[in-house]
Ligand binder design. Sequence first.
Ligand code: FMN
Length: 329
Amino acid sequence: MPDLSTSYLGLQLKNPIIVGSSGLTDSVEKIKNLEDLGAAAVVLKSLFEEEIIMEMEETIYSMTNRHFVFPETMDYLETVVKEDILASYLELITEAKKTVEIPIIASINCVSSQKWTYFAKEIEKAGADALELNLFFLPSDNQRGEKEMMEATFDIIRKVKGIIQIPVALKISAFQSNLIRYVEHIDQVGIEGIVLFNRSWMPDIDINQLVISSGFVLSSHSDLGNTLRWVSMASGRVNCDIAASTGVHDGAGLIKLLLAGAHVCEIVSTLYINDLAQIRKMTDELSKWMETHEFNTIDEFRGRLSQANSGNPAAWERVQFMKHFRNFV
Ligand SMILES: Cc1cc2nc3c(=O)[nH]c(=O)nc-3n(C[C@H](O)[C@H](O)[C@H](O)COP(=O)(O)O)c2cc1C
């Protein structure tokens, strides 16, 4: 039997499949079930800075029926609501740690480096094995250039790394100018892992109601290519570990990303589309493939087809179809 174990953020994992941050990981029962079905680790549903602010606003409105409140009430509510949401999150970590053996990676969604940073310390105290920072700047702000985006990211990393000792991974969006430079700089600032990529809520238009609606939430197989491209290019250029996320739906996708240089894959959509048994199917497929190719460990083939090692670096940077689609029908 090949050895599927791997390490990520310094954590020893029994295989390279992590269940990504989502509603699949928001209770102890679900996490226990995922462990039983073969998941090597889980990333908890994110704690959202914006959600805390929204809940505060709702509480204020239900108390007063108006949006204006005295600043003292505001300060009081801010503390109470934050503590409430944080307390349930910390309880989830503590209970999960008592119940399962697999590593628990907490997740915070941050849009600034402001008030939430102290959550990181509390999360560490509750026993989380690592922290994933869920970062998503839509590059639509014409007042903020690439430099400001980078500085904001570095500021977040420095603040968090300054207050906790557990490993930290940064989950970023694919919508960044000069992604590789961005990733290299993040690595240099000092982080244990990078997650490529986050997936955003997508808007749609309801043509009957003439309103903006929610687009389809889940990824598909066709999203894999973009993740593969950037994982292969980042591999070998950064010292931190790489987690691949977006479009990994089956064992073949997992194997491709390991060949491209990923340390682990974080999966979500495939578990909603298929079912949780997909975890075992994927590890079985990896195991059979390793046997066929006579690999005993993942390190024997990880990154073999990354941009640096593939012998055909240009293939990863090709963007025009040229002759490939000339006769496409
Ligand atoms: C229903 C749903 C909820 C999600 N919630 C979060 C979240 O709270 N935090 C986060 O970082 N990512 C969240 N994600 C993104 C996933 O963790 C993952 O990065 C993304 O779906 C791409 O992986 P996939 O192709 O395997 O779905 C969510 C995704 C889905 C589909």
